[in-house]
Design a protein around this ligand. Structure first.
Ligand code: FCB
Length: 482
């Protein structure tokens, strides 16, 4: 619903979200927890990768990160003070099964139990991701995601967690961004475990999907009532610039968006993807695609930016740096688009387009959440000790408008998780890329909410967004007109 308020001279649009809308912040274990050698935690591929010279900016590691493992109670207080009603976090597999197999480690389970109880007692809904990239190193040593066995181990891990935490009133997600695991982890090597091999990436693709299917089955069988289970996938709407880019755009869309979405919702691999990207038939056992496409309760969408495809040379070659994901110039970005501190283009309409397209394909039947969306900014503390992160406020406002636009168009959107609560270990970019709505001084671990935190708090508390031009300091709580 869009209402207006204010005097004749200044009309302000107030976009109200549906009752019960979920407003959360998203995080991931390796990015915030630290305490990598405590309470029997095993080694993960990210410990190995970040300690390998040259892999992460400045040689940063997640050894300490935000020290969330020790400071989680204070951080839950922070969440409460921001008025958020959901918190997305992931479970570090190596805390539960240090070698990725065998009996669960009680101290690991206790940590997440306490965390969930702490959330429940504050009226904050847990949104639990089972795999946000920290594979036990022992499983990588056994071949990692390119091996079918790892999918089976992941199914067992899911069963352990579901049994141990079955009383959690939570949203459950099997995997986070499996595309990035296969692509960055096994095809281009920019993420752990740093492999560079198309065949490994294609095999990892199938086994990640199979792992999703097995974990989904385990959660269904173990959680009361089958749980509320989905997966978080990253979407990058592909924009073709010019007619001659259409075919390349279709291929890029297949390889960047449909590669995981289509098997999960339809049980098929996208035909338009190139053969070297698709898992070979020899890896697909009878029954796999049925397991992978078993019904989910919701789809989590991570959105940061669209991809542009442009082909402007007479021989039909890509105009920019060819991407290894597609035969297209996916690294091309229209120069007029603003960018975040990592150089990622900013285009809120991409979120609207993704949500509308996914919903059309699902005939309106699948509830959706935005499980990640946020902006890296070179934040600075001013002399008053405050952080005025205007570009992030602008970013959030634009994307929340897009979100509301999708709801207006009938998309069954249930919630939004900002990436992220705290500045943290941003994978290969280390600690330089600050995505938090709360600033972290990594020397002292002091937390300072940024202006975006107060903006987001106002939106969450009002369950509404005041229109552009409205100073974000004033909550949209004035009388509204229909
Ligand atoms: C996503 C990841 C998340 C974070 C953001 C910036 O791809 O899921 O962990 O790094 O990007």
């Amino acid at each position: 619903m869009i209402t207006t308020t204010g005097s004749a001279s200044a009309t302000i649009r107030v976009r109200t979200f549906p009752a019960g809308f979920v407003w959360g912040a998203a995080t991931a274990a390796y990015q915030i927890e630290g305490a990598v050698a405590e309470d029997g935690r095993g080694r993960s591929i990210w410990d190995t990768f970040s300690h390998t010279p040259g892999k992460v900016a400045h040689g940063d590691t997640g050894d300490v990160a935000c020290d969330f493992y020790h400071r989680w109670e204070d951080d839950l207080e922070l969440l409460s003070s921001l008025g958020l009603n959901a918190f997305r976090f992931s479970i570090a597999w190596p805390r539960i099964q240090p070698d990725g197999r065998g009996a669960p480690h009680q101290r690991g389970i206790d940590f997440y139990r306490k965390l969930i109880e702490g959330l429940h007692s504050r009226g904050i809904k847990p949104a639990i991701t089972l795999y946000h990239w920290d594979l036990p190193q022992a499983l990588e040593d056994a071949g990692g995601w390119p091996k079918r066995e790892i999918a089976e181990r992941f199914g067992e891990f899911a069963e352990i967690i579901a049994a141990a935490l079955s009383d959690a009133d939570a949203l459950w997600m099997t995997l986070n961004e499996p595309l990035q695991v296969a692509h960055q982890g096994y095809r281009v090597g920019t993420h752990a475990p740093g492999q560079r091999d198309d065949a490994l990436a294609a095999a990892a693709t199938h086994h990640l999907l199979l792992g999703h299917g097995l974990a989904l089955r385990a959660l269904r069988d173990t959680l009361p009532g089958g749980g509320n289970v989905g997966i978080a996938i990253d979407f990058h709407p592909v924009r073709a610039i010019g007619e001659n880019a259409r075919e390349a755009a279709t291929i890029a869309d297949a390889e960047q968006n449909r590669l995981f979405f289509e098997p999960i919702v339809h049980g098929t691999y996208p035909r338009a993807a190139r053969p070297q990207i698709l898992p070979p038939a020899s890896l697909i056992a009878p029954g796999d695609m049925q397991l992978i496409s078993a019904p989910i309760d919701f789809l989590g969408i991570n959105y940061y930016n669209p991809h542009y495809v442009k082909i402007d040379d007479d021989e039909g070659r890509p105009a920019g740096k060819p991407s290894k994901v597609g035969p297209s110039a996916t690294d091309y970005t229209p120069p007029e688009l603003p960018r975040n501190a990592l150089g990622w283009p900013i285009e809120p309409s991409g979120l609207l387009d993704a949500l509308v397209a996914i919903n059309e394909e699902m005939h309106g039947d699948l509830p959706l959440y935005v499980t990640e969306n946020g902006c890296a900014v070179n934040d600075q503390i001013d002399p008053h000790g405050e952080i005025d992160d205007a570009p992030r406020v602008e970013y959030l406002r634009g994307h929340l408008e897009a979100l509301h636009g999708a709801i207006e168009r009938g998309v069954p959107l249930r919630g939004y998780f900002v990436w992220t609560l705290l500045d943290n270990f941003e994978w290969a970019a280390g600690y330089d890329a600050r995505f938090g709505i709360v600033f972290v001084d990594f020397e002292t671990q002091r937390r300072v909410p940024k202006r975006s935190a107060s903006f987001f708090r106002q939106v969450a508390q009002a369950n509404a967004l005041a229109g552009a031009g409205q100073p974000d300091r004033s909550a949209p709580d004035e009388p509204r007109q229909g």
